[in-house]
Design a protein. Structure first.
Length: 203
């Protein structure tokens, strides 16, 4: 069974371990409270619903959601996510100490939105000649035949909206865990900008 926690990307930094300078992403991981337990008997699978971040004003919560939090005796929180894990009871805290240095984790988040992008930026097309008078510098070229099939086939790489999609990066190494500050430092970059919501899981 996997373990996981909800976090917020604070930004990037670097750590020197005596041999190399390691680029790290600093994540505020938890604490998260258990709001709901899914069981195999009632729901067909086992999972926990976790709540993360500061308490919300009562007037900003719908009555069904207010009752949902009240049932678990947990303050209304800004974010709810479900993770397939067990071993916790309603209202209990899930903290960053479920991870340790050297763990390989999966980080899921929403990538930065780039807006409308052409094929060279979006799909890494080579483009055409840059010489004077080329008129084919950054264009995609032919997108299909004329006589048959007389249409553009589905899945053709074209210009369009880039980014702002859910991305998961696997096997990211945990460089350091700071339970007293609820901080998790992982090697390299993770999806999203600063203050973006991320889900960290292992197992």
């Amino acid at each position: 069974m996997s373990m996981g926690i909800i976090g917020k990307k604070l930004g990037m930094s670097q750590i020197f371990d005596g041999r190399e300078l390691i680029p790290v992403t600093v994540i505020q991981a938890g604490p998260c409270k258990v709001v709901q337990k899914k069981t195999a008997e009632n729901d067909g699978y086992e999972a926990l619903q976790l709540a993360f971040e500061e308490e919300r004003k009562q007037k900003r919560i719908t009555k069904p959601m207010a009752g949902h939090f009240k049932k678990a005796q947990v303050p209304a929180s800004r974010h709810l996510r479900e993770i397939k894990m067990t071993g916790y009871e309603l209202g209990q805290d899930v903290n960053v100490d479920i991870f340790k240095k050297g763990d390989l984790v999966k980080v899921t988040g929403v990538s930065k939105g780039k807006g409308f992008a052409g094929v060279m930026k979006r799909h890494k097309f080579a483009g055409g000649p840059d010489s004077h008078g080329s008129m084919f510098n950054r264009r995609p070229g032919s997108i299909g035949a004329s006589a048959w099939p007389s249409r553009v086939l589905p899945g053709k790489k074209l210009p369009g909206h880039m980014g702002a999609v859910q991305v998961s990066i696997k096997n990211i190494k945990v460089v350091e865990v700071r339970p007293e500050q609820n901080l998790l430092l992982v090697r390299g970059a993770v999806p999203g900008g600063d203050n973006a919501l991320v889900l960290i899981t292992k197992g």
